[in-house]
Design a binder for this molecule. Structure first.
Ligand SMILES: Cc1cc2nc3c(=O)[nH]c(=O)nc-3n(C[C@H](O)[C@H](O)[C@H](O)COP(=O)(O)OP(=O)(O)OC[C@H]3O[C@@H](n4cnc5c(N)ncnc54)[C@H](O)[C@@H]3O)c2cc1C
Length: 424
């Protein structure tokens, strides 16, 4: 007989108020607002303020910040979670707490310790960051026939060291080549916090192999760059962000993540292309680190992937029909690619991004959680911050009310105030 597990589904979509205070350099944002709405409301008040969170504008800010929230300004300013100064949360006893009331341990834990473990975030108070009134974007594609392997090889050596104003990510897909054959395409998509002239200087000095020209560069406001980086057509106006939705169709997908600390050798890239060409909708996104990401300590907030990271790799495969066979085919493929990449990516632990929850890494069982079992995925998501997160969880939710497949476990005992003795 199947055991039923009761659960609560909370719809926060109506908690959408956003209060931007330019003088205070901050904004209070309710959890149901999308990040696109947040960006719009900031830009509405000032052309020279922004917030460094995700690229996909339809993400809910409530859950997004709980895992870190990276985006195209992370090399300059860190993550969305690095730029949170206060929050409102409902705890397991139903109390509404702000930073002063929840205390610094819980405030630390909710900024990167993953959603659904500590309580319900009602609102975040975020710190705004300066953006220039003109930024520059570009997208330069390279296929296997036009030097994709050589350019990616170079990117791995420079993208995390280059000027902090520059974020160049790579979107890897397959396309039909001019010869009608399927090939791999690597699209270099960038945001530069400055104008074209300085961008060209930076690129000519550090990454001439991409062959960036003035023609490739488009100057615009920061809010228009949000639309560009999200992949929307250029005729889409910023007001679209207020609709709080994506322009892309809903699909089924499976995603996984890795962090790269040593460049993949050319032979490794060639093997990766072979795997890539075996799927009909493969995608990888390589996001560069370095800059501010390398300057913030691994324990500043629970998100630990900092110094020494070259980039995060996201693997994706999508399908539209509901057929189990189709799903199995895609999931098996992505697991195969992930297995192959194991040779090249971070190890002990093999790090993963908690906002790309991957249930392949393990799951809590039957509404219970176990410190050791959960440490298998917990160490991948949080590294050494896992232990402190479990202590905070045990303290603030001793009955494990906030439970899900990968919620943080509680200890079967409490650590005394001296930090050593155990209370059962
Ligand atoms: C298309 C797409 C693009 C993405 N792009 C980026 C990106 O650019 N950068 C990035 O960092 N991540 C990105 N992500 C990952 C994204 O950050 C996570 O999916 C994140 O969880 C989204 O938050 P949500 O509130 O919309 O999600 P939900 O699915 O609603 O929630 C995710 C988790 O957070 C919990 N949660 C949600 N709201 C709250 C709350 N108010 N209080 C406590 N817990 C809560 C939920 O219980 C759940 O465990 C992307 C994901 C997708 C699907």
């Amino acid at each position: 007989m199947k055991r039923s597990v009761s659960f609560i589904l909370l719809d926060l979509a109506k908690l959408r108020a956003i209060k931007v205070d330019i003088e205070d350099n901050s904004a209070w944002v309710q959890a149901g607002a999308t990040i696109g709405e947040v960006y719009y409301r900031i830009a509405e008040k000032s052309k020279t303020h922004g917030y460094p969170a995700g690229l996909c504008t339809s993400l809910g800010i409530g859950g997004h910040i709980t895992g870190g929230a990276y985006g195209p300004m992370m090399r300059k300013y860190g993550l969305g979670a690095d730029n949170v100064v206060d929050a409102q949360i409902v705890d397991a006893s139903g109390r509404v707490l702000d930073r002063a009331l929840m205390g610094e341990d819980l405030f630390w834990a909710i900024r990167g310790g993953g959603g659904g473990s500590f309580g319900i975030i009602l609102a975040w108070k975020v710190k705004l960051v300066p953006v220039p009134s003109t930024v520059t974007v570009f997208t330069v594609p390279k296929t296997l026939e036009t030097g994709a392997t050589k350019v990616l090889n170079k990117w791995q050596h420079v993208a995390h060291k280059i000027d902090e104003d520059l974020f160049i990510r790579i979107l890897i897909t397959t396309v039909n080549s001019t010869k009608g054959k399927k090939t791999v395409q690597t699209a270099y998509q960038a945001l530069f916090l400055g104008k074209t002239d300085r961008l060209l200087d930076v690129m000519n000095h550090s990454f001439p192999e991409l062959g960036l020209t003035r023609k490739d560069c488009i100057e615009m406001s920061w809010i228009q760059s949000v639309i560009y980086i999200a992949g929307y057509p250029s005729n889409i106006k910023p007001e679209f962000l207020l609709q709080g939705k994506s322009l892309f169709p809903t699909v089924n997908f499976k995603a996984k993540s890795d962090f790269l600390r040593v460049p993949v050798p050319v032979t490794g890239l060639q093997g990766m292309w072979e795997k890539f060409l075996q799927n009909d909708s493969p995608m990888m996104i390589w996001n560069p680190y370095g800059g501010m990401m390398g300057k913030i300590s691994e324990s500043s907030i629970p998100f630990p992937h900092r110094k020494g990271v070259i980039c995060k790799i996201q693997y994706l495969t999508a399908w539209t029909d509901g057929d189990k066979k189709t799903a199995d085919k895609h999931i098996n493929w992505i697991r195969g690619l992930y297995e192959y990449m194991g040779t090249f990516v971070s190890k002990f632990p093999r790090e993963a991004y908690v906002n790309y929850r991957d249930l392949d890494l393990g799951m809590n069982k039957n509404a219970n959680s176990n410190f050791l079992e959960a440490s298998v995925w917990g160490k991948k998501y949080y590294k050494n911050n896992y232990d402190r997160l479990v202590l905070v969880k045990t303290e603030v939710d001793p009955d494990n009310f906030f439970w899900h497949e990968q919620s943080l476990p509680i200890l079967p005992f409490k650590v005394g105030q001296d930090g050593k003795s155990l209370i059962h």
